[in-house]
Design a protein around this ligand. Structure first.
Ligand SMILES: Cc1ncc(COP(=O)(O)O)c(C=O)c1O
Length: 496
């Protein structure tokens, strides 16, 4: 079940050696480094690899380029600290992390905030990204689970082997065919929620110290996961209209930012609600293929898009190459409590399978059998139609309430589907308002929402908040949004 260690890229090995040389010789600021060609010849590598190493050091502030003169040791104050100075492979990766060390403590605070949100009771839950229980087919499931456990005793009484219940894997592949995305049941691994799928995907393509590009803003558990995996992040701007900015990503890659993998929540993005056009999805695939960088796609909201046709995942545009690891699941669309997710690993499938085995061995099969049956009998399609109709109305009601009750100038997304709205408070006296204190005050009154800073680094989204549209619209909910709006009028300026 093991897989070979990933080799350290040549450019990182050279970058590490150069860093050692700079440190050991205590090179002064302004000391000129050997030319690219000299380095390439000295280290028996191509000029482009040597250049990649220099650019990697440059983006981390260790050296600087001077036009037509070459590369020079940067000012000490500009140079990122090296992580624990380890030599060799680990050192090169540690140096990768060091530039990003500053934002990391922020994620600790975010993790605490997140636990506070998820763990705290709240009268009005605008914080999660989940529909309320009554909108899920819970009764149907309880009957199905009881029947299946009775008829198929082995589903409970036998040891679980393999990478997922075969009937469920077949059904997932069949569903994907409906939106022209070809998945091989044999590449599918069923996971404990989509979160486990993301975790396996990241570990299959990257190691601690590797730089991972993420949308900004992005799903906060992903940020915390990357922190736990010691994979520094590289934020790429994303907009509610188009999702991830492919041009910005291209510019980063062109200037040699050593991105190891990209993660996108393309369809009905959390928190922006965006769905990029097929052309943009194609462009993303082409760009990453050109640079041989894997894409991890989280499509958990794909089935909840409101349009006539379900948008295709980015993965559908890369079928022949296996460069996209597609993660999905049923926590949002069918049954949050069953914790069922899946991953189609593409060319990383064997690694994903090995990692799954040593992470959680397998996923309980009883609920997989129940979901497989619901998919096969058309029960899922019927439920989805009802759920999406309810969500569309709830989105509309919530959006209108925010525009009515929040300070004039508040911007609210009009998502293409999914479960959440993203709002941006207007500045007050020319200063951005902060939703951090608003979060505390609202929580004291039993109203929960997800504060914007959770979704990015530092204070990037301090003036934003994410609201759950999964609750059925009631006068109590309207009153809660009105109260939130009143508190937002008094929201203090960002302290950051
Ligand atoms: C983008 C995204 N991916 C994954 C998840 C979690 O999926 P699961 O509950 O299946 O682990 C969420 C939950 O909010 C999410 O927003």
């Amino acid at each position: 079940m093991d897989f070979p260690d990933q080799p350290v890229p040549l450019y990182l090995q050279l970058a590490e050696r150069l860093l050692d040389a700079i440190d050991q010789a205590a090179m002064e600021e302004g000391t000129r480094l050997p030319s690219v060609r000299t380095l390439a010849a000295q280290h028996a590598m191509s000029v482009s690899t040597a250049l990649q190493a220099l650019r990697w050091l440059e983006t981390r502030g260790h050296i600087e380029a001077r036009p037509r003169s070459g590369y020079f040791v940067a000012k000490r104050s500009k140079r990122g600290k090296r992580a624990n100075g380890a030599a060799g492979t680990a050192g090169a990766r540690g140096a990768g992390a060091s530039r990003w060390a500053r934002p990391m403590p922020e994620l600790d605070a975010q993790a605490r905030d997140h636990l506070a949100i998820a763990g705290a009771p709240a009268a009005v839950r605008l914080d999660l990204a989940s529909a309320e229980t009554a909108l899920y087919p819970v009764d149907r499931f309880s009957v199905l689970l009881r029947r299946l456990a009775y008829q198929h005793r082995d589903l409970v009484g036998s040891h679980v082997r393999g990478t997922g219940y075969p009937a469920l894997r077949a059904q997932i592949a069949r569903q994907a065919m409906q939106y022209a995305c070809e998945l091989d049941p044999d590449e599918l691994v069923v996971t404990n929620g989509c979160v486990e799928a993301l975790n396996l995907a990241l570990r299959a393509v990257a190691r601690p110290g590797d730089l991972i590009a993420v949308e900004s803003p992005t799903y906060f558990v992903l940020l915390q996961m990357l922190r736990a995996l010691e994979m520094p992040i590289h934020p790429v701007p994303a907009t509610a209209d188009h999702g991830i900015d492919v041009d910005a990503l291209k510019a980063d890659l062109d200037r040699g930012v050593p991105i190891k993998a990209v993660v996108t929540v393309a369809n009905c993005n959390n928190p922006l609600g965006s769905v990029p056009s097929d052309a943009r999805k194609r462009a993303l695939v082409a760009l990453l293929r050109e640079h041989d960088i894997p894409l991890i796609e989280d499509d958990i909201f794909g089935d909840l898009c409101f349009g006539q046709t379900r948008p295709r995942p980015v993965r559908a545009f890369d079928e022949a190459h296996g460069n996209v690891l597609l993660c999905g699941g049923f926590s949002k669309s069918l049954c949050p409590g069953l914790r069922l997710g899946w991953i189609a690993g593409g060319r990383y499938t064997e690694r994903v399978k090995a990692l799954k085995y040593t992470t959680s061995m397998a996923t309980a099969e009883l609920q997989q059998a129940a979901v497989a049956e619901l998919l096969a009998t058309g029960g899922y399609a019927l439920h989805l139609r009802r759920l999406k109709a309810a969500l569309r109305n709830q989105h509309k009601a919530l959006r209108e309430a925010v525009l009515r009750h929040f300070p004039a100038g508040t911007e609210v997304t009009e998502p293409a589907g999914g479960l959440v709205l993203w709002a941006k408070l207007p500045a007050f006296d020319g200063q951005p308002r902060s939703t951090r204190t608003l979060f505390e005050r609202a929580r004291a009154e039993g109203i929960s929402f997800a504060p914007g800073h959770l979704f990015g680094e530092g204070a990037a989204f301090d003036d934003c908040l994410r609201l759950n549209a999964g609750n059925r619209w009631t006068s109590e909910l309207d009153a809660a949004v009105r109260r939130l709006g009143e508190l937002a009028m008094r929201a203090e300026r960002s302290a950051h």
